[in-house]
Design a protein around this ligand. Sequence first.
Ligand code: GMT
Length: 377
Amino acid sequence: MKIGIVCYPTFGGSGVVATELGIALAERGHEVHFITYKQPVKLELLSWNIHFHEVTVPQYPLFHFQPYELALSSKLVDMVKLFKIELLHVHYAIPHAYAAYMAKKMLAEEGIHIPFVTTLHGTDITLVGNHPFYKPAVTFSINNSDVVTSVSKSLKDDTLRLFDIKKEIHVVPNFIDMAKHTNTYTDCQRDLMAEEHERIITHVSNLRPVKRIEDVIQIFYKVQKEVPSKLMIVGEGPEKATAERMSYELGIEEQVVFLGNSGEVDKILCFSDLFLLPSEKESFGLAALEAMATGVPVISSNAGGLAEVNVHGVSGFLSPIGDVDDMAKNALAILKDPDTLMRFKKQAKESARKFDTENIVPIYEEIYEKALDKIPS
Ligand code: GMT
């Protein structure tokens, strides 16, 4: 199949999933075209069947806001015609589903029929898309997608609750390539980061308010009082300054390491003992799955789809949002005893297996085939 993928090319989960999907589809023999404003961060290598087409928006002084949707839909039309792309898969409803719908209509005028699949990722529904200024357009573009998927049952329920949706929503969970996460609880290069007797706790996110970074610091503060540890914070975002200030005020600044946006998350997870994700909202929690796949147990909130990923008492523990005492208690229950820690590491990895690329990507292939079958020839 010739598939066009539209996504945000950044470190955000939706862009990462879209990129990994494109790579996996190309490995399975499909021809994949990424169409977005920058080469996706995780897309290091283009090849004979992975292409990248940049969407550029000409700057014009009359426009207070530059019309990206317009440029994107025009680019989709051109690329579909040039490369004979058969299907579009857009990740994140805003504005991608809207642009795909416009491209589909423009192409139909020329007798070219192309289906598009929209995958809902979370904040496009729970935070941004739900805003009254966007809601009619988001509802319209979801209802007019050929197929709609969501990354968790929880996100499907939120979508049906918040929008007037006439379309069936298929739950297709995010995935991870287990073959690329082969570490066997080795200590990697942990001595670069911590002393032998210290535990390493990690948090990876875009440090936005929804991630509750203050809870991350509070949990760590409580844990390090009983178990000597270091906290690795990976990512950049608006809450970083708050985390830095809190660490300083609590006198733990020497133990909290800010690693910025890193392309080496796998290596950092490799020497981590525990992962923290106390988010306010989380449609899935790809970061938690990445940790689990590397054998790192997860202490998380029970927001959104996290309970579909992190299995309470098996891959880690879930707590009510904001309950930092419970999260610290659970973290200590895992970290205090080496045998318990090893057991949770193994269980975390085992729990991740059901989300292996091999199990999930064929579901998308099947969805594409069905969508193509419905197109008039
Ligand atoms: O919140 C983020 O970290 C970024 C955001 C995005 O749009 O890229 O992530 C969303 O999509 C991810 C991939 O499907 C999910 O794993 C995240 O849970 C989801 N974030 C939220 O729902 C807040």
